[in-house]
Design a protein around this ligand. Structure first.
Ligand SMILES: [Zn+2]
Ligand SMILES: [Zn+2]
Length: 390
């Protein structure tokens, strides 16, 4: 049973929504136009409830099953935001807004969930309630958390929650998932080293933050190589090192910035602790001062076991045997669906986007062939999780 026929018939309409979102990208919480269109379409499908303004610009829609909605409630989530990237696809429906584009396929995620909502509102071939969640600000703004803080999980008593992301490099029609950590925690740091500036020819009268910063960068490499269990993953990347602006002056200050990625709460705690200790003690040993700013970003996206098995089973129904990878290696990128999985059991699945440019690349484009596949996954998931009594 691959694609649901009715959804294949709706593909052109869903593709048109997708390309309209693509032409009009909005970043972070700016998703006003997108959210408005989502809300209008949901109203036109005859949903039982449409609530905009959750998590600033998020939209929540409710579809009750044949039994009036009693019983379990399943949440399905899509993200709506684009990225601050100049598009280079040359497609006829390329971004009309300079410097912004849908380079992560959230235009496709939004369109697919709309397609599923239309089908589910039309057929209602389930008992229970479906909550469709359209969130802003996945790309660094924690829109999922903003929606949770606005009562997403309690105003609509969601029992389980599911998410999907397109996956370049995996053929269209195939899926990939894993139990446990599937995406990383993403933390950010900034180390400001204050020494004593002076003449480059008189280093002995200075405390050189460039030399100290270099030692700190080297020593930070030992978090992954010497502190972490070799069988567990952690990435510590120093991505900017700013100091000085003249060849003959030792600067007063050096600022290092970077990111820590991890898949395990203990490793995450360890990396934060070691980073602070290394930066502070090395700097102090040279007589300079370190200010360490460490901000925790998205938590680990951790799939729940039972819901992962369930999601993989639905994916296999759609894709066919052997077309679902159930033990894909975790990605070191982050995803704010993690906040929803901290609140409720659920699973996050990857759906093949074919041979496209990578996510966040200026030539990336969501593959419209994925639309009937992704929509079919959503509706079969609902119809299987919430079977009708009759
Ligand atoms: Zn992204
Ligand atoms: Zn994304």
């Amino acid at each position: 049973m691959p694609i649901v026929n009715r959804l294949a018939d709706m593909s052109d309409e869903i593709t048109a929504w997708r390309r309209d979102f693509h032409e009009n990208p909005e970043i972070l919480y700016e998703t006003v136009r997108t959210g408005q269109k989502v809300a209008e379409l949901l109203e036109s499908f005859g949903l039982d409830e449409v609530t905009p303004g959750i998590g600033k610009t998020g939209v929540v829609g409710v579809i009750k099953g044949r039994n009036g909605g009693a019983g379990r409630t399943i949440g399905l989530r899509a993200d709506m935001d684009a990225l601050p990237i100049e598009e280079a696809t040359g497609k006829p429906y390329a971004s009309k807004i300079p410097g912004k584009m849908h380079a992560c396929g959230h235009d496709g995620h939004t369109a697919m969930l709309l397609g599923a909502a239309k089908y589910l509102a039309e057929t209602r071939n389930f008992d229970g309630t479906v909550v469709v969640i359209f969130q802003p600000a996945e790309e660094g703004g924690a829109g999922a958390k903003a929606m949770i803080d606005d009562g997403l999980m309690t105003r609509w008593p969601i029992d389980e929650v599911y998410g999907m992301h397109n996956f370049p490099g995996l053929p269209v029609g195939e899926f990939a998932i894993r139990k446990g950590a599937i995406m990383a925690a993403t933390d950010e740091f900034r180390i400001t080293i204050t020494g004593r500036g002076g003449h480059a020819a008189k280093p002995h009268e200075t405390i050189d933050p460039v030399v100290i910063g270099s030692q700190v960068v080297s020593a930070l490499q030992t978090i992954a190589s010497r502190n972490a269990d070799p069988l567990k993953s952690v990435v510590v990347s120093v991505t900017t090192f700013n100091a000085g602006n003249a060849f003959n002056v030792i600067p007063q200050e050096a600022v290092l910035r970077g990111t820590v990625r991890s898949l395990d709460p203990e490793i995450r705690d360890m990396a934060e602790k070691r980073l602070k200790a290394i930066a502070t003690t090395i700097t102090e040993s040279f007589g300079a001062k370190a200010d360490v700013f460490f901000r925790r970003g998205y938590p680990v996206t951790a799939n729940h076991d039972d819901q992962t098995d369930f999601a993989a089973g639905i994916a296999e129904e759609i894709a066919g045997k052997g077309k679902v990878i159930t033990d894909i290696a975790p990605m070191m990128g982050g995803e704010d669906f993690s906040y929803m999985l901290e609140e409720r059991p659920g699973a996050f699945i990857f759906a093949g986007n074919g041979d496209s440019a990578g996510l966040h690349h200026p030539e990336y484009d969501f593959n419209d062939d994925l639309i009937p596949v992704g929509c079919s996954y959503w509706v079969r998931l609902v119809e299987t999780a919430l079977p009708t009594a009759a």
